[in-house]
Design a protein around this ligand. Sequence first.
Ligand code: CAA
Length: 380
Amino acid sequence: MNFDFTEEQLMIQQAARDYAQRELIQDVLEREEKAEFPARHVKNLAELGFLGMMVSPEYDGAGMDSVSYVLALQEIAKVDASVAVIMSVNNSLVCYGLQRFANEEQKQKYLKPLARGEVIGAFLLSEPEAGSDATHQHAVAEDKGDYYLLNGTKNWITNASSASVYIVMAQTHPDKKSRGINAFIVDKNTPGITLGPHENKMGMRSSDTHSVMFSDVKVPKENRIGEDGFGFKFAMMVLEAGRIGIASQALGIATGAFERALAYSQERKAFGTEIFNHQSVAFKLSDMAVKIENARNLCLKAAWLKDNHQSITVAGAMAKQYAADIAMEVTTEAVQIHGGYGYVKEYHVERLMREAKLTQIYEGTSEIQKIIISRSLIKE
Ligand code: CAA
């Protein structure tokens, strides 16, 4: 097995690290406090090619591989997980889905500006009563001949107000259950779309999250993705790729907290020596390092499988579940190592701990990942 990165992968990692350490760090605390969308950074990431990383140059993407994507996202999330989720949703849930499943006309019209990062997208699957239980879509898309009439509410939508393009899942044939669901590309400025208030979140506060209401929204027939009834499978396959993104984000959050705790442990003195010299602290750091290394291997393996056109269903679920769970553990220990300082904002680790929590919830909770993994054990 080859664990070396290519020169190009290392360059991409370095570019992401430089941007995060030079730019994102400057205003991350202020933006998080004000829950302010990082518009300037999104524009800069677009210029770096980080919003359409894996889209082929034919559709104005950067043509990078998924391993590079994991490395770059980890660097961004180490400093600012809100920016990382904006990047992840646009790359994995929106661009990936369109590149793989949209038709040529849809790609020309929607994928190209998304891949250039001129506009960003959002993925609308969750509903007030359909989060984990995603087949039970209440949003309906009635077939009216040359258009669909869309009605319903979507919840917890990342990029809801900043996105121009929505990928929306809705039920067209309720009797067919998951096989009756369709996925649509919807322009956000279509009449009949309204947004709920900005969600006042515990963490990831500068990514914008809203509910989105659709009232008699006309969606042209040509905006349906794939065959009639393909929408649920589309959503599941797109989410598989999305989970590699969120796993990398969780890995970045854990690494950011670990690096801060390691540095602090070598500066802070207690009982006459740097606290790293106390085994109670050193062993915590050792456990954190092992968990991060395992999560990193799972993320890279899933990305490698994707780059080699192999199934990522289980590998993506394992990476997402493990990385999210250890991000919560590692960030909690990082706060503990910082003691009282860990509980105040200036030291960043309390923010990283709040950010870690969401990685166990969105794009499939840790429990959903365990459903996917355990089902595969029997199938195998
Ligand atoms: N690939 C292709 N097809 C798939 C699939 C996959 N990975 N997973 C399921 N399917 C197909 C099944 O084969 C089945 O098809 P048939 O009817 O033809 O047999 C159909 O989809 C229904 O599948 P299941 O019977 O397995 O459905 P289920 O009700 O048991 O649910 C689940 C499966 C895995 C739990 C799924 O509901 C799930 O993933 N839930 C979590 C949803 C989720 O991740 N939401 C996140 C929202 S997005 C978000 O958070 C974005 C953001 O803004 C950050």
